[in-house]
Design a protein around this ligand. Sequence first.
Ligand SMILES: [Zn+2]
Length: 307
Amino acid sequence: MARQYKFRRNRLFIPLWFLWSVLLFLSSSLYAEILSLPHAKLDGHFIQGGLVIGKTSPGNQVFFNNKAVRVSPEGIFLIGFHRDEPLQFSLKITSPEHTERLDTSLNIKKRQYKIQRINGLPPSKVSPVNPELRARIKKEQQLARQARTRDDERSDFMAPFIWPTIGPISGVYGSQRILNGKPKWPHYGVDIAAPTGTEVRAPAGGVVTLAHPDMFYSGGTLIVDHGHGLSSAFLHLSKLRVKTGDKVKQGDVIAEVGATGRATGAHLDWRMNLFNRRIDPQLLVPPMAEVLASTPEHSRTQNTQDK
Ligand SMILES: [Zn+2]
């Protein structure tokens, strides 16, 4: 009896200070920051996996790590940070007459990722050895890579993003599995658990650059380009409702959730890229807990049939 009492008291006691430290950590890392520099204003997440929207005077040129980035006629540009991006980057801005110039280095925060080690698996489960299968996987990876090279002037990313599907988060960006001591590809998406057939909506407007019904790893796969090289990918879909080249608006139904490809259950895996840099989609949308709390159960799992 006494032991049980002590256990219960601890359970109530620990969360008070623990929650505070969690909240402090979250507020320091997950909320967007605004940085005002000479010739530019930057707004976004200065953290690995983060995306930053910049604004400079129209006509200026912007260089991120010495590479020119697209600047819209309004002076909008994007920079983003990979999962393991170095913690310092350079930003250069020049005016058309080269009279004004910004040349600075800035820092991003390091992130901690979940690591899961699994040992004792049969080697064939860790890496596929079948040459035909390997060729298929390679070809599919090239298709996805190709779809992400698009660099359009559209700036659909300016509208605040919405969740493509609503449901409990079952996987997060950056986590890594180490199978038999071999590090596998990190998980770059956010997983949303939802039943097969649940509608997937465009989180922002864009153009469909890939609509593949059955890829080996990702099953039914869609890629939507939001402009300036920023794209969303949706994996394991049971049904695609759009095709390559289609233009979509934010909130349009583009697909249905499934468990196709190598998935253990029905969920939506939503990934974002800025060209080849993997961006964490979860940083661009409101916390799922808040969305779940304000969305009635019946409107989450609508399984509408084709009109
Ligand atoms: Zn996933």
